[in-house]
Design a protein around this ligand. Structure first.
Ligand SMILES: NC(=O)c1ccc[n+]([C@@H]2O[C@H](COP(=O)([O-])OP(=O)(O)OC[C@H]3O[C@@H](n4cnc5c(N)ncnc54)[C@H](OP(=O)(O)O)[C@@H]3O)[C@@H](O)[C@H]2O)c1
Length: 262
């Protein structure tokens, strides 16, 4: 799709939840390159404002920075509802991963994963699709993960929340299509982001992609289907894990990658 068509279909503003760093920043850049103005949300104000300034200077778009925690959805809703701009694209990128054995993970950390990875993308999608449906155009990108394709030991809760996003996107893809609203879940494998590099102290997994490649492939997938799996290695990996192997075997394979995480 040409940038002008993208802007017409998904502009004038893209909201990136978790847009100040890593993949979120790459999503913001990819949207700005297509001519969209931005609303960026992240918790750390200084890094958020620095990201906003960089994007304004590089792409000559308007950037509204909202320092807020996606775990506090009521506050986020209030801040977004107070804006007088029209949001045609939602990219939900923020996530929280309680890594480690389930028995050692506190109730607070489990609740936080549900608040940031399930409640917030669900309710933000609800909030923003209403005006999109009225305007008969718009797009939603929900970040999922290959980890959400089957049970993933030691990141079991994170993986389950990512599965929620993929299944939600599939249903909404069909349901909102007649209203002109495109929905896609991005089931990514490993991405070279600060978050990933912090968690994976060893060498990157096969098929690891740059954040910019994942953002490009996800935005280009809007309107084409309910799921995008960036990268050929990841496409094959997901096919084998979810379509060829038994669930038990797929969980075993995941366990070899995630079982040692702490
Ligand atoms: N990295 C990977 O290998 C990988 C693989 C598969 C899927 N994914 C998915 O891709 C997405 C990006 O993951 P990532 O860890 O690599 O992150 P990232 O895009 O590098 O950065 C996280 C961004 O989200 C913001 N953020 C985090 N928690 C937030 C919260 N509670 N409220 C508001 N903003 C928040 C951060 O800023 P503040 O810290 O200032 O809030 C930052 O801007 C996630 O949905 C993840 O599940 C990642």
């Amino acid at each position: 799709m040409k940038n002008s068509q993208f802007k017409e279909k998904y502009g004038p503003y893209a909201l990136v939840a978790g847009g100040s760093d890593g993949l979120g920043f790459a999503f913001a850049e990819a949207a700005a390159q297509r001519g969209l103005n931005l609303v960026l949300i992240a918790r750390q104000a200084e890094r958020l404002h620095a990201a906003a300034e960089r994007l304004k200077a590089a792409y000559h778009v308007d950037v509204i920075a909202i320092a807020a925690d996606m775990a506090d959805f009521e506050q986020v809703k209030e801040r977004i509802s107070a804006l007088s701009v029209s949001i045609g694209l939602l990219i939900y990128n923020a996530a929280y991963a309680p890594i480690g054995r389930f028995e050692n993970t506190s109730e607070e950390r489990l609740s936080l994963a549900v608040d940031v990875n399930v409640k917030a993308p669900l309710l933000l999608t609800k909030l923003l699709t209403e005006p999109m449906i009225a305007q008969k155009r718009g797009g939603i990108v929900l970040m999922s993960s290959l980890a959400g394709g089957q049970g993933s030991p030691n990141i079991a809760t994170y993986a389950a929340t990512k599965s929620f996003n993929a299944i939600l996107a599939e249903g909404l893809w069909k349901e909102l299509k007649p209203h002109g609203v495109d929905v896609v879940a991005c089931c990514a494998g490993a991405i070279l982001t600060p978050g990933y590099q912090k968690a994976e102290k060893i060498k990157p997994a096969p098929g690891t992609l740059e954040a910019s490649e994942v953002a490009e492939q996800a935005l280009n997938a809007l309107g084409k289907g309910p799921i995008v799996i960036p990268g050929i290695v990841n496409k094959i990996g997901r096919f084998v894990l979810t379509r060829i192997m038994s669930r038990k075997a797929a969980i075993e394979i995941m366990s070899k990658n995630t079982g040692g995480l702490s």
